[in-house]
Design a protein around this ligand. Sequence first.
Ligand code: NAP
Length: 441
Amino acid sequence: MSDREKPIGVAVLGLGNVGSEVVRIIGESAADLAARIGAPLELRGIGVRRVADDRGVPVELLTDDIAALVARDDVDIVVELMGPVKPARKAILAALEGGKSVVTANKALMAQSTGELAQAAEAARADLYFEAAVAGAIPVIRPLTQSLAGDTVLRVAGIVNGTTNYILSAMNDSGASYDSALADATDLGYAEADPTADVEGYDAAAKAAILASIAFHTRVTADDVYREGITKVTAADFESARALGCNIKLLAICERLTNDEDKQRVSARVYPALVPNEHPLASVNGAFNAVVVEAEAAGRLMFYGQGAGGAPTASAVMGDLVMAARNRVQGGRGPRESKYAKLPIAPIGFIPTRYYVSMNVADRPGVLSTVSAEFGKRDVSIAEVRQEGMVDGEGQRCGARIVVVTHRATDAALSETVEALADLDVVQTVNSVLRLEGTTE
Ligand code: NAP
């Protein structure tokens, strides 16, 4: 056997939704993978918690001693698909310190420890790949790090969490409340028993951190990402959105902002927003994900597909595994972390945006001008106002609902306006405040 054909030893950590698909593909596509890589992949072992002979793989491949598996001399690449951050971090650091390449799908870990892991990869001159950590099967990390490496990325905006997109799509389609759409999503297996990471936007924020880091050559962690979840979005918001020609989506937005002095900053944020129906993200429904990238020379590019699930995620993991294995065979390395730009992070108040505000007000003359004055005081110009009378259980008029859509202003001016509105005597309640994205005004 020549050196080029020396097998590449692989350890897979985790045999769950994704790990079992990766193990299946390594076995079933062995000949094709060997031809593409230039050497066969050999599965040395699979790390799990429960070692048993009913797991669909030869029991002698299973081990609960992750450290020993990672440390084996005949393991060249470690594929981490366990999930919990602590054991994953420990295993990945040990692998990199031992000079092994690492492939992981762990967005929570990558968004939290990217610097530490990148440094360990750099010190070991080993590959650290994580395509599957953002948007499952959809290739977005590699296009950003390689295909667009010569362009300047201006904005990356996407729907990167399938659970929340499923819930919001159901609310839009059926007029369901948030609670009933969440209950359906849980029954159908789209939402976990504890849905906090998804519905409060933590998962999307981790992905936004990864996307912003890569797009803007700046280290961004999940703590740098402004975050709001979808739990306060109501059926009435969807009604208003429809009347305005919009849908409501949980967006992860990463943006390069340039001020008048040509100074650049990075914004990374996650929140539910109104999106005009003609925008490509408005029609991404169900559990699907999509990411729109805007670059200076390339213009707008859209990536769309299955953002989760064992097989789709395994596709992205396998892409990384083949790349890492080819690099081993050829004796090179793939692209590494690029953080040369070191752009500062812009606080949310600095971001120019548009607001949609829905409030219940007293039904008497002059209310609209009192409300409008609060916007005017802060230089926020109003683009659209809708007012409807409200009736109580006995059919008596009991106030009015006003929906205001603003033109672009800083988030700080807009949120100050909303605080002032809530203090007005004529305003009974501020029902909802959502941002409006995807417009040019
Ligand atoms: P999963 O079904 O819960 O499987 C996790 C696997 O890891 C199990 O086999 C489990 O062992 C093993 N494991 C967990 N903790 C361990 C520990 N401390 N020591 C040893 N083994 C341990 O998870 P998954 O859905 O496949 O997800 C795996 C990773 O991919 C996560 O980081 C996730 O965020 C990421 N990801 C998943 C998807 C998706 O659609 N599922 C999409 C994108 C990214 P036992 O089987 O013995 O319990």
